[in-house]
Design a protein around this ligand. Structure first.
Ligand SMILES: Cc1cc2nc3c(=O)[nH]c(=O)nc-3n(C[C@H](O)[C@H](O)[C@H](O)COP(=O)(O)OP(=O)(O)OC[C@H]3O[C@@H](n4cnc5c(N)ncnc54)[C@H](O)[C@@H]3O)c2cc1C
Length: 262
């Protein structure tokens, strides 16, 4: 009798997509797709009358969801996780060159527009969020300067081949970033009394640095499964960072409570 680690029920597009992604994330797993029919991917073969419309030239989740009147609400969440650009990238990484296919189909101008829009939208959105994040650190820098430096840093990191290690990068973010948000939340709610002036942000804070470092080290240990806390390393990072920051600043918090009571 054969043994499998993962069984996927249904040999349709969803089943194959899940199987491929699971196998690529963990090549040690033995995966089987169970199909009740005689053939697999039968719907994919008839999709679009044999010329399946694989994705859509719409790169924003909300407008894309409007094209699916029966699934508009339900699809909005998944579209924030996996969008048109991700679909194209997924196929392209597996050797499907959309632009070449469109060129062969005499769709040179739409291919150019698609390439231009996808590159532009993806890069500008990423650059915008990265520059916004840096704006909280370097508050005195102009937005132009921040955007320029962020784009140079982005190109440099891309040249180092970060996309080859995308999942490792996401896991590293899961270890390093959640504690930053919980420290900010604790600071905003208990210390700044929910009144935040961007100009008042300190360049650095010792207690925040300690909280972030401890949270990152512990959540790295839980990520490596050396021990477990909540079973989700990013939740560990979030909780430890916020709680430790709160404990280290308990005096400032008590002062706030006293001021409030008076
Ligand atoms: C005519 C037509 C044209 C289309 N054109 C397009 C297009 O141009 N672009 C586009 O994006 N989409 C198109 N679609 C939609 C697209 O084909 C489907 O959304 C997609 O194939 C659904 O994939 P799925 O894996 O979710 O489901 P399915 O393809 O339905 O796969 C489910 C599989 O599970 C199997 N199964 C079910 N129950 C069991 C069980 N108990 N045990 C074992 N196996 C089981 C079924 O036999 C089936 O093979 C089209 C669909 C049709 C019908």
């Amino acid at each position: 009798m054969k043994h499998y680690d993962v069984l996927i029920v249904g040999g349709g597009a969803a089943g194959f997509f899940s199987a491929i992604n699971t196998a690529q994330r963990n090549s040690d797993l033995k995966i089987a797709i169970l199909e009740r029919g005689n053939t697999v991917l039968s719907k994919v073969k008839i999709s679009g009358g044999g010329r399946c419309n694989v994705t859509h030239a719409e790169f924003e989740p909300k407008p894309l969801s409007l094209h699916y009147p029966r699934g508009q609400k339900e699809l909005l969440g998944p579209f924030h996780t996996f969008m048109t650009g991700d679909t194209m990238e997924w196929f392209e990484k597996r050797g499907v060159d959309f632009i070449k296919i469109m060129t062969k189909l005499d769709l040179v101008i739409p291919a150019f527009i698609l390439l231009f829009l996808s590159t532009w939208v993806t890069n500008s959105l990423n650059l915008f969020s990265a520059a916004l994040a840096f704006a909280t650190i370097k508050t005195k820098w102009s937005y132009k300067r921040l955007t320029l430096y962020t784009s140079v840093l982005g190109v440099f990191i891309a040249l180092l081949g970060i996309t080859e290690h995308f999942f490792v990068f996401l896991n590293a973010l899961g270890v390093l970033i959640p504690s930053v948000s919980s420290i900010y939340i604790a600071h905003f709610v208990w210390i700044k009394k929910q009144v935040y002036q961007i100009g008042d942000v300190q360049d650095w804070s010792f207690s925040a640095l300690i909280s972030w470092s401890v949270a990152s080290v512990i959540s790295f240990c839980t990520y490596m499964e050396l021990f477990h806390l909540t079973q989700a390393y990013f939740v560990d990072s979030f909780l430890i960072g916020g709680i430790l920051y709160f404990v280290l600043n308990i005096k400032r918090f008590s002062k706030y409570k006293d001021e409030k009571n008076n």
